[in-house]
Design a protein around this ligand. Structure first.
Ligand SMILES: [Zn+2]
Length: 91
């Protein structure tokens, strides 16, 4: 196992470019290993990766198919928007 000591921002940017594909499991094994190796040697990237993963999980848990937006809430939003746009018209 080789440690990555020459961590630099270019590597980080390259990692971030692939991060969403990585989270979606759309990368080949070799690329996944690259990202994992980088994150292991780079604490800021590791932290970002975890945050990103959690955010994605959170967003997926809120997909409309699984949890429909309650009608009351949706109506409340609509009336709020109407109210706001009405106020704008008055100004
Ligand atoms: Zn990094």
């Amino acid at each position: 196992m080789t440690m990555v000591h020459d961590h630099n921002r270019k590597d980080c940017l390259a990692m971030f470019a692939k991060l969403s594909d990585y989270i979606d499991n759309e990368l080949d094994d070799l690329t996944c290993k690259d990202i994992e190796n980088h994150a292991r040697a780079c604490i800021p990237c590791k932290a970002c990766m975890e945050t990103f993963r959690q955010t994605i999980c959170f967003c997926r848990s809120l997909t409309p198919n699984e949890i429909p937006v309650p009608t009351a809430f949706s109506n409340h939003l609509k009336s709020l928007i109407q109210k706001l746009s009405g106020q704008k018209r008055d100004l």
